[in-house]
Each structure stands twice: as structure tokens, then as C-alpha cells.
Design a protein around this ligand. Structure first.
Ligand code: AMP
Length: 444
């Protein structure tokens, strides 16, 4: 995936810091490292795969720094000490904590949404009110601080609803209900038992929407939003969308569910009012907008907003992206995205997540991973690390989701076959992965 020659006027050099440690951050580091603008790169805290990356410009190694993604004062001190030119933030927590505001106040250039814009992800009540005010298609919903009123609203939907804790709940504060008894239990769990802590003092209750769920991503610069092709995540742990919810067991891009014209129409109905609303509310939205979308028989509807790249969506997007990522994220931070056209490799991409046995429940750590080099040697294949560490010269598991095995193919079928061929080369005790990533694309 060459970046091409850079015109002289666009030549600039940067020391980069990437914040985060998962598969998303490995994909960001890998893609940023290909840029001829990148002269030195650190990742805090990073992982074993990130530490193996080299910069295309000078072959220098990406250095992992042992600072937590949420330790804002230490991250700031590190960026100042190393004279980092540009920081790229992967996960939602530092964004919600205000890392972008802090760095900017200290005169440092950083990519990601500021704290005000991060509310789209950190508060479901905020997002729901915004969508209703600016006419963004979403589920019919009510917002409540009172338990009795919440239950009464569920009854108007015959209990077929989705009860959502307002605040960040590690992706777990969303309960899907099929009848009134379940809905009342869900309200009690979130609002009375406080199963998700303070996140549950307010709830959003949405009508249950039926349809195909897809991920939409758009890069924004405060004025312009550039939409990506669609992708689809697989949230459940087991084949056939069974088992517990996870952080994502695999993705593919593009999906067959929206034509280019339909995607453009969805962008108009969602992104145009979104950007207008942000300007009207004084929200300077520079960063990634990732709405979760349900394709209903009445058109695409937004289920929720995320204010950062999806993981593992990042792996399939960045293996298809042909633009220079340093230039793209700089343009997003500087408000010059209108001058850039996104270019995508027409090949399809599939990412299969290999997880630790037991994930998303408890799982062992420290299992030696074999076969990484053999998998990476396959054509058009890249193994992104999510939860890995180095120990005594070996790469070992250190998280629930361990690897995002990603491959390109001339179409989805070949990308799927290539990703699973790479998975077959990799071994660690207890490894668990879904065998049906992208299979939905082939169902009539
Ligand atoms: P959220 O964090 O709001 O995206 O919700 C997590 C998951 O719950 C989504 O990925 C959907 O699968 C499901 N979900 C959320 N809202 C709805 C809804 N209104 N109707 C049907 N499913 C939903």
C-alpha cells in the first residue's frame, strides 16, 4: 500500500505519540509508521506487536512507553519532554477525561475529540437529545431519572425495548428486553441495583429496532465529515451471534448491505445534521465519529454514537486505506479535510479476532503464542496485536482479545479464506475464535 510521492510543499516531519494498547492502536501505529512524515514514534502503553513496528522513513523502532492511557499528567509530561509534534488518541476513556483539551491548552498538537465532543459517547442521554433536536434518524425513545416513569414508558412499547445506562459502562450498560417483565428487571438492575454504578442514574429507553446492524465511520474536522465504506462487527462471543457480548470478535469491509448511493444517502441523513448540530451547539467535532447503525425497513437509524475508531473495525479500514494517515489525521485536527479525498483499496478486508479461552469471562494470561511469523508471511496478511506482551524472548497472551488476524482479498470470500488460513498458522493454549466472520455477507 504505497503512499506515493509527496509534493515538496507538503513535506513535513513529525515525532508521533500514539495512546492506547489494543488492536486499534496497533493498526494506527502500523499505518502511521508507513508515512514518510513519521521520523520517530512512541506508543503509551502499547503492546508486543506495536514494539515490533519500524518506521518506513528511517527503519527506527516504535518505542512502547509504560504510561497508562488514562494517566493524563504523565502523558503530557512525556510529550513535552520528547517534544512530540503530534499525538494520536485511540481509546474513549482519555478522550472523555479531556486529554485533547489538556494537550491543546499546553500548546501541543493532538488528534481526537475534545471533552465536549466526547459526550456523544460518554452520555447516551446527551446523544439522544441531540439526535432528536437535529432530526437525526434514531429509535423512538424516552429519557428517565425516575424508576416508575421509566417502567411506564417500557409498557408503551410492550416491553420490547432496549434499556441503556446513560454513562460509560465498559460497553455493558445496554439491556435488550423482549417483554415488560424483562424491561422492569432491566430498569431495576440499572437504576436501583446500580449494576453499572453512577452510569445508571439516568437511562435512555429505545424502541427495539429490527434489521441488519452495520458500523459507519466518518473522519471529521469541525466542518467537514468524510465517510468511510461500511464495515460490520461481530459482537457476540460464539458463532451464529450466540454467547456473551464482547468488545468485538471480528469485522469485514465492505459490507454488501448498502449500495454506494444508499451509503451516500445515509451520510446525508446522519452526518449533515450531525455536523450542523455541532456547529449550532458550539461543539468543535474534530476526530472520528462512529455511529452504530441499524438498517431498518424505514431506513438507517442511529443506535448510538462512539467518538473514536471502532476496534476491530480499525484493522479492516486501515488495511484498505490508501491515504497517508499522518496527513489525514493532521487535516482532521487542522480543519482542512475538505482538501483531501479518501482513497480505498478496492480489495475486501476481513479481521478474525483470536481471544483467550474463557473471554469475555475470566481467562488465563501468559500463554506462549506460536506461528506469528508464518501467519504474517502470507500474502496481504497482517496480524495486529491486541492483548500481547513479551516475556523471556517469547510473545505471550496478556488480554482477552489477543490478536486481530487481518487479510485482504480480491473479494470478501477470498479475504475470508486468507484470514482463516492465517489463523490456522497461529497457536496458543485455549485460543478461541469465531469461524463465521463475514459469513452474514453471503446469506441471501
Ligand atoms: P449501543 O451501545 O447503544 O450500541 O448498544 C449495544 C448493542 O445493543 C448494539 O450494538 C445493538 O446490537 C443493540 N441495540 C442497541 N440499541 C438497540 C435498539 N434500539 N434496537 C435493537 N438493538 C439495539
Amino acid at each position: 500500500m504505497p503512499n506515493g510521492l509527496i509534493p515538496a510543499k507538503c513535506r513535513f516531519f513529525m515525532k508521533l505519540l500514539v495512546i492506547g494498547s489494543g488492536g486499534r492502536e496497533h493498526a494506527l501505529v502500523w499505518k502511521l509508521a508507513q508515512s514518510p512524515h513519521a521520523t520517530q514514534m512512541w506508543c503509551a502503553p502499547g503492546n508486543a506487536g506495536i514494539a515490533q513496528e519500524r518506521l518506513a522513513k528511517n527503519a527506527s523502532a516504535v518505542e512502547c512507553v509504560n504510561i497508562s492511557a488514562e494517566d493524563l499528567p504523565k502523558l503530557l509530561a512525556f510529550a513535552q519532554e520528547k517534544k512530540v509534534d503530534f499525538t494520536v488518541v485511540g481509546p474513549d476513556n482519555p478522550l472523555a477525561l479531556g486529554i485533547v483539551d489538556l494537550f491543546q491548552k499546553n500548546g501541543l498538537k493532538i488528534w481526537g475529540v475534545n471533552q465536549k465532543a466526547a459526550q456523544f459517547e460518554s452520555s447516551k442521554v446527551f446523544s439522544q437529545k441531540f439526535m432528536e433536536k437535529y432530526g437525526i434518524p434514531t429509535a423512538a425513545a424516552g429519557m428517565f431519572e425516575d424508576v416508575a416513569a421509566a417502567k411506564k414508558f417500557c409498557a408503551t412499547l410492550n416491553g420490547k425495548c432496549v434499556v441503556k445506562a446513560d454513562g460509560l459502562a465498559l460497553g455493558k450498560g445496554v439491556l435488550i428486553c423482549t417483554n415488560q417483565a424483562e424491561a422492569e428487571r432491566a430498569v431495576d438492575e440499572i437504576m436501583v441495583s446500580k449494576a453499572f454504578g453512577a452510569a445508571g442514574s439516568r437511562v435512555v429507553i429505545q424502541e427495539f429496532l429490527e434489521g441488519v446492524e452495520v458500523s459507519m465511520h466518518a473522519l471529521c474536522d469541525g466542518k467537514t465529515a468524510k465517510i468511510f465504506p461500511t464495515s460490520q462487527d461481530h459482537k457476540r462471543a460464539l458463532d451464529g451471534d450466540l454467547g456473551l457480548n464482547t468488545g468485538g470478535m471480528g469485522t469485514y469491509s465492505p459490507t454488501p448491505f448498502l449500495s454506494d448511493a444508499e451509503l451516500a444517502a445515509a451520510a446525508r441523513s446522519i452526518l449533515d445534521p450531525f455536523m450542523r448540530g455541532c456547529v449550532a451547539e458550539g461543539i468543535d467535532y474534530r476526530g472520528l465519529l462512529y455511529p452504530g447503525i441499524m438498517l431498518t425497513k424505514n431506513g438507517p437509524k442511529v443506535l448510538e454514537f462512539n467518538a473514536r475508531f471502532g476496534d476491530p473495525e480499525t484493522q479492516v479500514y486501515l488495511t484498505r486505506l490508501e491515504n497517508d494517515l499522518v496527513e489525514l489525521l493532521s487535516a482532521s485536527a487542522e480543519g482542512t479535510l475538505d482538501k483531501i479525498e479518501l482513497k480505498w483499496n478496492p480489495m475486501a478486508s476481513v479481521c478474525v479476532v483470536m481471544a483467550s479461552g474463557g473471554y469475555p469471562g475470566s481467562y488465563p494470561k501468559g500463554k506462549v503464542i506460536a506461528g506469528l511469523d508464518a501467519a504474517n508471511a502470507l500474502p496481504h496478511t497482517k496480524v495486529f496485536h491486541a492483548g500481547t506482551a513479551s516475556k523471556d524472548g517469547a510473545i505471550v497472551t496478556s488480554g482477552g482479545r489477543v490478536l486481530g488476524v487481518t487479510a485482504l482479498g480480491k473479494d470478501l470470500k477470498s479475504a475470508q479464506a486468507a484470514a482463516y488460513a492465517a489463523v490456522e498458522k497461529i497457536h496458543f493454549e485455549g485460543a478461541h475464535f469465531r469461524r463465521d466472520i463475514a459469513a452474514k455477507a453471503f446469506k441471501g
